[in-house]
Design a protein around this ligand. Structure first.
Ligand code: HSE
Length: 434
């Protein structure tokens, strides 16, 4: 039986999951593919730790050249993460005519133009299903299942760590710090959780989905990114009183002229299809001209869920190798010469409804001063809640929901409000996505 040989760089959580799946699913893969996938080499700086999977020690190496320059290897699987040396190794493998699979969203978000261009010039394939929302087949859906659909919007809960923290805060009324600590103890959050909680990981993912959905490169540094570390239990409780839940959303909308792409905490109605996607689960909602909306929910991280997405990419490339197909599916979902630079909207250009939280002195006239400033900036108030009375000189939370307003006006109004002598802390804003 024909064997397709793969080389793996990075034997961490995902790498070991891939090796486990290739061993445990060997038969079903053979039954579906008509060939065997064989691991020819695994490179990692650490080849002595127990990864929970039995591997012939001859397969392990600390030298990445034994993977990328290995003439037997037809598919190079990059699972080391980070920018360098992952970028150089991927480019080297591509230049050598090897197909590549990666779960490295940070690399593709920052260096996607260079890597996709190399892939297209060399006429090899790139798989990156594991890079976005783990086991949810969103890359394959956009590149293949929605090939005739004009996508107008994608919204996702694409970071399990942030979703776990927000769900725990909401379900157990605990503070952000308590929820983060528990996520770290359970292994859902890294020791340095910055990328997850500050929205950077979600931004990497939505930049990739945007590239595929609309056929545009995305300048990662132009994405508005706001994380969840400023979300308080008061925000979560008030959101609930208004009938909403707070989620970290990655959003990408295309109006035919420009792309509105951003990551921030958002209030979504409890009836929204993603409002009850909790814990470490991910969800991606795709809207288009043919099916209105399609919501995919599943496990966005972890050794086996993400490993299964990586294995699916390997098998897809193996199918093309076996049938002598090249470029069956455009790597960026649009052909290289059909890609165009779509302008990115500045966050100040958007309109939204807003949830505003002020910390104010509990004095007569404060509400009218704040509502006056909002009114002067054409911001209509939908409802108001004041939480409790306060000790002398300390602030109380004053919460407002607004009608749809311009972001620019809201930012100008908040600047004026924050300068008032009755305002005790910087105000907080959460956008509402209905
Ligand atoms: N750290 C990510 C998450 C998984 O928490 O969802 C890998 O992208």
């Amino acid at each position: 039986m024909r064997k397709i040989k793969v080389g793996i760089i990075g034997f961490g959580t995902i790498g070991s999951g891939v090796v486990k799946i290739l061993a445990s699913s060997k038969d079903i893969i053979r039954q579906r593919l008509g060939a065997e996938i064989e691991v020819a080499k695994i490179a990692d700086l650490d080849v002595s730790s127990d990864r929970g999977v039995v591997v012939d020690s001859n397969l392990l190496t600390t030298d990445t050249k034994e993977v990328v320059d290995n003439p037997e290897v037809e598919i190079v699987v990059e699972l080391m993460g980070g920018y360098e040396p992952a970028r150089s190794l991927m480019l080297q493998a591509i230049a050598g005519g090897k197909h590549v699979v990666t779960a490295n969203k940070a690399l593709l978000a920052k260096h996607g133009d260079e890597i996709f261009s190399a892939v297209e010039d060399q006429q090899v394939a790139i798989g990156f299903e594991g890079a976005v929302a783990g086991a949810i087949p969103i890359i394959r859906s956009i590149r293949e299942a929605f090939v005739a659909n004009e996508i107008t919007a994608i919204e996702g809960i694409v970071n399990g760590t942030a979703n776990y923290i927000l769900s725990k805060m909401s379900d157990e009324q605990c503070d952000f710090a308590v929820a983060l600590k528990e996520a770290q103890e359970k292994g859902f959050a890294e020791a340095d959780p910055t990328f997850d909680i500050e929205g950077i990981d979600s931004a990497h993912k939505i930049s990739l989905l945007t590239r595929l959905a609309y056929g545009t490169p995305v300048n990662f540094d132009d994405i508005t990114v706001q994380g969840i570390s400023g979300i308080s239990i008061d925000d979560i409780e008030c959101a609930r009183e208004f009938g909403y839940r707070i989620k970290l959303l990655a959003i990408s909308k295309f109006d035919g002229e420009s792309v509105d792409i951003r990551v921030h905490p958002a209030m979504i109605p409890q009836s929204h299809p993603m409002a009850n996607v909790n814990g470490v689960l991910n969800a991606v909602r795709v809207c288009d001209n043919l099916m209105e909306e399609n919501v995919l929910i599943g496990h966005g991280a972890g050794s086996l869920p993400t490993g299964s997405a990586v294995v699916a990419d390997i098998v897809e490339q193996a199918r093309d190798i076996l049938s002598n197909n090249k470029n069956r599916v455009a790597s960026q979902s649009f052909l290289k010469n059909e890609m165009r630079s779509i302008p990115m909207m500045n966050i100040e250009e958007i309109d939204s409804e807003y949830f505003l939280r002020f910390s104010v002195l509990d004095n007569p006239g404060v509400l009218s001063r704040i509502s006056g400033i909002l009114g002067n900036h054409s911001i209509g108030i939908l409802s108001v809640i004041q939480k409790g009375r306060c000790d002398q000189g300390k602030g109380v939370p004053l919460i407002m929901m607004t009608h749809r307003a311009s972001e620019k006006n809201v930012q100008l109004a908040l600047k004026e409000i924050d300068a008032l002598d009755v305002v005790c802390e910087k105000s907080n804003l959460i956008r509402v996505e209905n």
